[in-house]
Write a protein that binds this ligand. Structure first.
Ligand code: ADP
Ligand code: MG
Length: 471
């Protein structure tokens, strides 16, 4: 299958060739023709399968004809995070270089002035996060009645971040005869309901089982005591041909402290987590992309959907509490056909989480045998395949063996949302705790998005973050 078989224009094919893609990915091959035929579409494919180009490419051809009008964007792409919005904008710049299309990016944490100027001059494509868009809409600065094409990208992430009500509102402001495309890695019931309500007779494309993992990724789980995790990580970073790695941890505190520890051991490490403001996150991401650092320690929310080329390794310093996150995390490697390696650390604390991951992915992750020195203290029980569920007592938090330093305890308390549920009689599950943290993250970014004053950005605006003309 070639890009040329999909019905795209010559100008576009030329831009695709320049970008270096020789063949469409399966989701691209299946999605592009119906999108060009102006059909509604649901595209389900795991992270890293090229969903972005499957809507950006046909959109460029669809929008090639038609006139821009002041304050009325011709198409709208909704993205859950600013980083993802910026990546889609980069894609439009890359593939749209032979077209006269104007684009605006509407995201929180960046000056609104230039964005408004572009909107009033008229844009073909508006890429926005729901919070900022709602804010502008409520202030009457934008009209969605001329918007004939809507893309809801990374829908499952939108759900995680609490954006579904905003999306419903936005959908109801768009003309009903529009074309709507929805992309997601998974299809939870809430997303299905959203699609039923706002898409009409959509073509449904699913290129892999939801939440299945990419076969280009070699996966391992590593049995390790909590207090040995850093040491084992350093060993793997030094000995597993790591060129670039993203290391995921479940807590922001762990992200910060792990990055600090790695740096003190001479690694070129950066960090990205939800407590950093937008310029800091982008700057850190840029340092990783341009190779200033080759290791990025990340939390799930901050790293969601990031497209960084050529990550050789993903390390799950903690097994994610949410099994879906496992798929998203390891999807950072093995992208675009390259192969990658994913190591998941499993301490006794992670035992329940890894069971849930394996239930979701539908298979046991092979155990990585550490060389003797590192394996000495590894608790084999944590990754035993054959044993029935162990007693709660055996999975007691490591905290009981060795109390966390005071600083860490305080920090993790600070991270909890305002509502104190610590004294609740029933100990809530880790999943709940993380969901709450996420909700808090989502709310925080919403608040930032809604801030009328744009004082969050002082430095120069990177090219892809400002308004740009695609010519
Ligand atoms: P998704 O949204 O499905 O997670 P992306 O659209 O971010 O995935 O693409 C993942 C990676 O694959 C990106 O680095 C992108 O440049 C690359 N890619 C996309 N399409 C192709 C293709 N046809 N050939 C090679 N690489 C591709
Ligand atoms: Mg994507």
């Amino acid at each position: 299958m070639n890009f040329a078989d999909l019905g795209l224009s010559d100008e576009l094919l030329q831009a695709v060739e320049t970008a270096g893609y020789s063949e469409p990915t399966p989701i691209q091959a299946q999605a592009i023709p119906p999108v060009l035929m102006m059909k509604d579409l649901i595209g389900i494919a795991q992270t890293g399968t090229g969903k972005t180009a499957s809507f950006v490419l046909p959109m460029i051809d669809i929008l090639a004809h038609g006139r821009r009008r002041a304050l009325m964007p011709r198409s709208l792409i909704l993205e859950p995070t600013r980083e993802l919005a910026a990546q889609v904008a980069e894609n439009f710049e890359k593939y749209g270089k032979n077209h006269d299309l104007k684009m605006a990016l509407l995201i929180g944490g960046v000056q609104m002035g230039d964005q408004l100027k572009a909107l009033s001059a008229g844009v073909d494509v508006l890429i926005a996060t729901p919070g900022r868009l709602m804010d502008l809409f409520e202030r009457g600065k934008i009209m969605l009645t001329g918007c004939e094409l809507l893309v809801i990208d990374e829908a499952d992430r939108m759900l995680d971040m609490g954006f579904i009500p905003d999306i419903e509102t936005i959908c109801s402001k768009l003309p009903t005869n529009r074309q709507t495309l929805l992309f997601s890695a998974t299809m939870p019931p809430v997303i299905k309901k959203l699609a039923d309500r706002f898409l009409s007779n959509p073509k449904y494309i699913e290129v892999a089982r939801p939440a299945s993992t990419n076969t280009n990724i070699v996966q391992h789980k590593v049995a390790v005591q909590t207090r040995k995790k850093r040491e084992v990580l350093r060993h793997l970073l030094r000995n597993d041909n790591v060129s670039t790695a993203i290391i995921f941890a479940n807590r922001k505190t762990t992200v910060r402290e792990l990055a600090k520890s790695l740096k003190s051991h001479g690694f070129a490490a950066g960090e990205i987590h939800g407590d950093m403001d937008q310029p800091a996150r982008l700057a850190e991401l840029q340092r990783f992309k341009d190779g200033t650092v080759n290791i990025l320690v990340a939390s799930d929310v901050a790293a969601r959907g990031l497209d960084v080329k050529g990550v050789s390794h993903v390390f799950n310093f903690d097994t994610p509490w949410h099994p879906d996150d496992y798929v998203h995390r390891i999807g950072r490697t093995g992208r675009g056909g390259a192969s990658g390696r994913a190591f998941t650390f499993v301490s006794p604390e992670d035992a329940e989480a890894i069971e849930n991951v394996e239930k979701l992915t539908g298979g046991k992750i092979p155990v990585y045998e550490m060389p003797a020195a590192e394996a000495a203290e590894a608790p084999k029980a944590a990754v035993r395949e054959d044993k029935p569920r162990r007693e709660k007592r055996e999975r007691a938090p490591v905290r009981e063996e060795r109390p966390a330093p005071r600083e860490e305890r305080q920090a993790s308390r600070e991270e909890r949302p305002a509502v104190r549920e610590e004294r609740a009689p029933r100990r809530e599950s880790r999943g709940d705790e993380q969901r709450r943290e996420r909700r808090a993250d989502g709310n925080r970014s919403r608040r930032r998005d809604e801030e009328p004053a744009d004082d969050g950005w002082n430095g120069p605006i990177p090219e892809f973050l400002s308004v740009s003309a695609l010519a």
